[in-house]
Design a binder for this molecule. Structure first.
Ligand SMILES: *Cc1c(COP(=O)(O)O)cnc(C)c1O
Length: 388
């Protein structure tokens, strides 16, 4: 067990790891797990990791669960990093890879976050868990909650993709459909959580989902022979994967698993025009984002009008010399078909958004033809049948 304590991402607050933690009680910022990385460095041989199980739990020393035997797992992580050939050629890039997170249990990378968060919730004594979800988080929470034997409550907007609602129900969750967006669903859950004894697993309102998602960064580095790409495009909703990967790369440098001077990849946050709070804030030079009143996009993972981790995300984007791009729903749907046509991956529309954004970045010469670009295909297209 190498996790040492929790720390606020925004102020000096620190806390022990012995309770079901939520936001910083002092400034309401997200809490972050810190580790004794020197101890990990001394006890783990990086090159021996490859003989471990091909799930995210192979990085157990940098995950918060004290006893990995207690992990609530469905085999999440270990997804392929696929080199593209035809898509790269069409776009004029020498090296374009897709990390296919649609191959995770429950068909999206939400599995990683929920595996970590549900494991910790169970370990710390939660009996019932709840969260709002615009789509995949609800299905993943239901699946991992069932696996852990916890009661699960999900609040979803009425226009949630039908597969997400069905998978949550099939996995035994109680689902409430709300006439509103994910922010309204979040309010609905928060108003009832205390009275009903639900521990809230909402994005970044507890510190462990981001630990699960950071394993995408560990895995990417390992798959690249312990090096990093030049540019990472990430479809951004609540932003856990973005901040999680930045955290992973910082930890990897400190661990000495990648070169101490390995350059941070330039992170690109991609959003839909109908819901682009982070893109707006980034280009306005703001330190935090203004919530969107009426968010719309068929890419439900991007339908997050206001994120708890907005400041953290904006720091990551700026600190990496990255950028933020918004694309229209027409563009992202067309690009989703293009991924299918050129690479045989039936991807979630969130991944299509990345290809549409990448075209713009190439046209603007923000991305050079010889740079290695990685797209995070965060979900499977099969979960979005009504979009196609
Ligand atoms: C949730 C989700 C996103 C956004 O992820 P965040 O880490 O919350 O920004 C992107 N794509 C898909 C398919 C999702 O389910």
């Amino acid at each position: 067990m190498h996790a040492t304590h929790l720390e606020c991402s925004e102020c000096d607050y620190r806390a022990a790891l012995d309770h079901l933690a939520t936001l910083c009680p002092e400034c309401h910022g997200p809490l972050v797990v810190r580790y004794d990385l020197a101890a990990v460095r001394a006890s783990v041989d990086r090159d021996a990791l490859s003989s471990r199980e091909a799930t995210m739990w192979r990085y157990r020393e940098v995950l918060p669960l004290p006893d990995p035997q207690g992990a609530v797992t469905l085999g999440e992580g270990g997804t392929p990093l696929l080199p593209t050939c035809r898509l790269a050629h069409e776009l004029g890039l020498e090296r374009l890879s897709i990390k296919d997170e649609g191959q995770n249990p429950t068909g999206s990378f939400k599995a990683r976050g929920m595996s970590a968060a549900v494991s910790m919730a169970k370990h710390l004594g939660a009996r019932a868990i709840a969260a709002p979800s615009a789509g995949n988080a609800g299905g993943a929470m239901a699946a991992y909650g069932a696996r852990a034997g916890l009661a699960v409550h999900v609040a979803m907007p009425q226009d949630v993709p039908i597969v997400n609602r069905i998978e949550a129900e099939v996995c035994g969750a109680e689902v409430t459909l709300i006439d509103g967006n994910i922010a309204d669903c979040g309010k609905w859950i928060a108003e009832r959580a205390e009275e009903r004894g639900w521990f809230q697993l909402s994005t970044l309102k507890e510190p462990y989902r981001v630990e699960g998602k950071k394993t995408m960064g560990y895995e990417l580095a390992e798959q690249l022979g312990w090096s990093l790409p030049d540019v990472i495009l990430y479809p951004t909703g609540g932003g856990t994967g973005l901040v999680g990967m930045a955290k992973a790369f910082d930890e990897l440098r400190e661990l000495g698993w990648i070169a101490p001077d390995a350059k941070q990849p330039r992170f690109v946050a991609v959003q839909a025009r109908g819901c682009a709070p982070i893109v707006n804030a980034f280009h306005a030079g703001d330190l935090k984002a203004t919530p969107i009143e009426k968010p719309f996009t068929c890419a439900s993972g991007l339908r997050v009008p206001g994120a708890v981790g907005d400041r953290w995300m904006l720091r990551v984007l700026r600190g990496s010399e990255g950028t933020a791009v918004a694309v229209s729903d027409d563009q992202l749907m067309e690009a989703t078909r293009r991924i299918g046509r050129t690479e045989g991956i039936f991807a979630a529309p969130e991944a299509g958004a990345l290809v549409a954004a990448l075209e713009t970045l190439i046209a603007d010469e923000w991305v050079q033809p010889d740079e290695h670009v990685v797209l995070f295909c965060t979900g499977a297209g099969m979960k979005y049948i009504e979009c196609f």
